[in-house]
Design a protein around this ligand. Structure first.
Ligand code: GAR
Length: 203
């Protein structure tokens, strides 16, 4: 018999448009094997929390600053995950790096979306608009997005999906960010979440 749907936590820090894409996919029936059971934010004022509340999804805030150390930050996160029976994690604009101890507990169960074609413009220090600034500064003509499993190497886990997006004359980091979100991130991420949720459910 098929297990319950895979319980998913989405980790956020900011606007949460990728979270919204996952919530919209779920509402449209495109996440049949997963349930968004928790949205966990590293920032109390993240707009992503509003999106979760509007969708009736449980939220938690774990602030690294208030925790003082990486160990206590991750211990608090783990406690939230255990409390909610979470089996799979999606990093959707989550701006904190997780330790090897943390990622090692969830092999092939943590997904991340990164706004470039990995291995370009990735790793420590490359997040949010900075990624697009770096791509424009380098002068590449194509960028895109990558969804990958998370391991102990920042942006270094196995790639699940990638999509290329053109860079056009006159692009600013903001314009490029929006195009990559619309044409790649918001499509790739919900699809990958369903694929992995299904795999875990069928185990
Ligand atoms: C997205 O573009 C995501 O790919 C990026 O931050 C943005 C978050 O936007 N993530 C990284 O740079 C991770 N290294 P959102 O909060 O609207 O989803």
């Amino acid at each position: 018999m098929l297990k319950e749907r895979t319980k998913i936590a989405v980790f956020v820090s900011g606007g949460g448009t990728n979270l919204q894409a996952i919530l919209d996919a779920a509402a449209a029936g495109n996440l049949p094997d997963g349930e968004i059971a928790l949205v966990l934010s590293s920032k109390a004022d993240a707009y992503a929390l509003e999106r979760a509340k509007n969708a009736g999804v449980k939220t938690a805030v774990v602030s690294k600053k208030e925790c003082g150390s990486q160990e206590s930050f991750e211990a608090k996160i783990l406690a939230e995950l255990e409390k909610n029976g979470i089996e799979m994690i999606v990093l959707a604009g989550f701006m904190s790096i997780l330790s090897a101890d943390f990622t090692g507990r969830f092999p092939r169960r943590i997904l991340n979306v990164h706004p470039s074609l990995i291995p370009a413009f990735c790793g420590k220090g490359f997040y949010g608009l900075r990624v697009h600034e770096a791509a424009l500064e380098y002068g590449v003509k194509v960028s895109g997005a990558t969804v990958h499993f998370v391991n102990e190497i920042p942006d270094g886990g196995e790639i699940i999906a990638q999509k290329a997006v053109d860079i056009l004359p006159g692009d600013t980091p903001e314009i490029l960010q929006k195009r990559i979100m619309e044409q790649a991130e918001w499509i790739l991420l919900p699809a990958a979440v369903q694929t992995v949720a299904k795999e875990l459910r069928e185990r």
